[in-house]
Design a binder for this molecule. Structure first.
Ligand SMILES: [Zn+2]
Length: 423
């Protein structure tokens, strides 16, 4: 670092932040460090002071007095996102507490809302999804036997976490007082910084979670090759112990499949079964993968969600692959779960396969202002909700079979040769 960015006194920096003994550093963005070092020399100290003062105010404005809070809301929420009214104080504070003391709130949440039966049912679903993806991989026509072996080994080794961590985090070093709200926020940020830095040089803790139990979301971690489903997502419309199987496979089944296929999307596929960055693909299979992925890029580039605001097919590729793979693998898993038995009776006039797709669409029901949508199309690696439905189902032969009235010439119809098949 001294060589790369010599205008910064690194020894003093690491001593000041409390870690003078670091022996190794991994620099993600060398070009940033080089430029920062140049600026240290070329920008006057007075300007740096102004800049840093501004950073401090800007990053804490939402937690300061009403005048700061209003200004912060006016720009970041009203102007950039179109939000008209600030959320009530109790919600804002609850969010902050949930972020700062995530696993303490999580323990309360799990006790109240996450029965052991839900964990069992979810674990069974994940196993069925694994079986389904295994079958899909075995039957892929574009992938050769050598790559398949590696893919299957990766799937087999993929870890699963459901609900909440086995071991809760210890927050006893965090200092909170009734003196000042913003100081508590800063104290919590400092606590997180130390928590992260204290991991340096120690073995990786495999029990650690990257989301709190109350989070309505899920993730795949390529470094550990594991999928994680917090308790928060295991409620309707994603998961309902009382709903019929078609509905659960269309919703949480799809989410499980989505996270699994992240292990094999354009980024995830670069890691092997142990989470190491290693290319396990034959040249030919890698090429076939890219050809199908390019079809998805092209398809999503054409979705105009607002006047002249288009989805960025390349930026959203990994998520779009995971959506298509997730829905396909979940549908196949649902079919496997019927074990050759006759399909259950229609409910409210909808067949079981139609209910699968209705349930899939229902998990994406959202309401968003145009400003927020415009911002997300530029920044979010997920496609907007509506595109996450239509972009996926019109690529699936199973969808046309479930709704046989959809015909060539219909607005969203895609001809078979336009439909990519990845998983
Ligand atoms: Zn995803």
């Amino acid at each position: 670092m001294n060589k790369l960015a010599p205008n910064i006194d690194w020894k003093s920096y690491f001593t000041q932040v409390g870690y003078p003994g670091l022996s190794e550093v991994n620099i993600y963005q060398p070009s940033f460090m080089i430029e920062l070092s140049n600026m240290m020399k070329n920008v006057p100290v007075a300007d740096w002071k102004t800049f840093l003062r501004w950073q401090l105010i800007n990053s804490t404005a939402g937690n300061l007095n009403k005048a700061f809070e209003n200004q912060n809301f006016d720009f970041y929420y009203k102007t950039l996102s179109g939000q008209e009214k600030m959320e009530p104080r109790w919600k804002l504070i609850l969010d902050m507490t949930s972020n700062s003391l995530g696993e303490t709130i999580g323990q309360l949440y799990v006790k109240k809302y996450f029965p052991p039966a839900a964990k069992q049912k979810m674990t069974d679903l994940v196993m069925n999804l694994k079986k389904s993806l295994k079958q899909r991989i075995e039957n892929l026509s574009w992938m050769g036997p050598q790559t398949k072996l590696e893919a299957l080994a990766k799937l087999d080794k993929m870890g699963v976490k459901v609900g909440y961590p086995d071991k809760w985090r210890d927050y006893s070093g965090l200092v909170i007082s009734s003196e000042s709200y913003v100081r508590n926020v800063l104290s919590s940020q400092a606590f997180e910084f130390r928590y992260t830095m204290d991991k340096v040089g120690k073995p990786v803790d495999p029990t650690e979670w990257g989301m709190t139990p109350q989070t309505v979301n899920a993730y795949y971690n390529p470094f550990r090759n594991e999928i994680v489903f917090p308790a928060g997502i295991l409620q309707p419309p994603f998961f309902n112990v009382d709903a019929d199987d078609a509905v659960n496979y269309g919703a949480i089944g799809m989410v499980i499949g989505h996270e699994m296929t992240h292990g094999f999307d354009n980024l995830g596929r670069q890691f092997d079964k142990d989470g190491n960055l290693r290319d396990w693909w034959t040249k030919e299979d890698s090429k076939s993968f890219d050809a199908h992925a390019d079809m998805i890029v092209e398809q999503y580039n054409h979705y105009e969600v607002l006047d002249s605001a288009f989805v960025n097919g390349k930026h959203t590729l990994g998520e779009n692959i995971a959506d298509l793979g997730g829905a396909t693998v979940a549908f196949n898993a649902y079919k496997l779960s019927l074990e050759g038995k006759e399909a259950p009776n229609p409910i409210d006039g909808f067949t079981n396969f139609q209910r699968f797709f209705l349930s899939y669409a229902q998990i994406w029901r959202t309401n968003m202002r145009d400003e927020e949508l415009r911002k997300r199309v530029k920044t979010d690696e997920h496609s907007p909700a509506k595109v996450r439905i239509n972009g996926v189902v019109y690529n699936m032969p199973e969808f046309y079979a479930a709704f046989p009235d959809i015909k060539p010439g219909d607005k969203l119809f895609r001809a078979p040769e336009q439909r990519p098949v990845i998983w």
